[in-house]
Design a protein around this ligand. Structure first.
Ligand code: PGA
Length: 241
């Protein structure tokens, strides 16, 4: 079964790049590929109103309560988000997000009709110790104990931590091997979900990565802030599909 590729721009704590809302902006919806932007929270509504498919970078599982500074999944939806990143390694690292918390985020997102993009991936030390697959399996395990039938809109992003923002990209072979491994871990109801790759994706590395049969697109950080680079990456994905 062929899967529509997905290219996500994770702008992190940065303003939208200049020209983001131009008529020929590479961040706009395009045929044959799902292009989604993940701006800072205060830019979600303006991006959505400009016609971009827009997600949020974070949402809390609880629907309301005493969580100063946080935002609920329902509130993200009201702002115009249709997707939400869950478990990005920067959130795991800087905010202590656990696999149980992240599984609750995924469930809460689905509960209000947001599509979660769940990020998983090992650190350099874990890879060097030969534990990359074990780490990824553990990161998925809490989620996979929940009701699978509700999880079908889910997108997974394999993002090796050592590759994020470092300029080191996984080789196409390593990415393919891990994506196949991840797909094997999934129950039958989820076998056709998209598994995208993230970690220093650049115009130079995108073509060989997307040529891998189990790489269904990209989560792009640094290069998504450079419109020409992002355009080249989206074009590589479109050409390969
Ligand atoms: P990067 O970021 O492309 O700058 O490595 C990817 C990410 O954090 O999702």
């Amino acid at each position: 079964m062929s899967r529509t590729p997905l290219v996500a721009a994770n702008w992190k704590m940065n303003s939208p790049p200049s020209g983001w809302d131009a008529p020929d902006s590479p961040y706009r919806p395009q045929p044959g590929v799902d292009v989604i932007v993940f701006p800072e929270l205060q830019d979600v509504t303006v991006c959505k109103n400009a016609g971009l498919h827009t997600g949020a970078q974070y949402g809390r599982p609880e629907p309301s309560g005493a969580f100063t500074g946080d935002v609920s999944m329902a509130q993200l939806k009201e702002l115009g988000a249709t997707r939400v990143l869950c478990g990005h390694s920067e959130r795991r690292q800087h905010h202590g997000e656990t696999d149980a918390f992240i599984a609750a985020q995924v469930q809460a997102a689905l509960g209000v009709g947001l599509i979660p993009i769940l990020c998983i991936g090992e650190t350099a030390a874990e890879r060097e110790a030969g534990k990359a697959q074990e780490v990824v399996k553990n990161q998925l395990s809490v989620l996979l104990t929940t009701d699978h039938s509700l999880l079908t809109p889910l997108v997974l992003a394999y993002e090796p931590v050592w590759a994020i923002g470092t300029g080191k990209t996984a080789t196409p072979e390593d990415a393919q091997e891990m994506h196949v491994y991840i797909r094997k871990l999934l129950p039958d109801t989820l076998k056709d979900i998209r598994i995208i790759y993230g970690g220093s994706v650049k115009p130079t590395t995108a073509p060989d990565l997307i040529a891998q049969p189990d790489v269904d697109g990209f989560l792009v950080g640094g290069a998504s802030l450079i419109p020409d680079d992002f355009r080249t990456i989206v074009e590589a994905v479109t050409r390969s599909s």
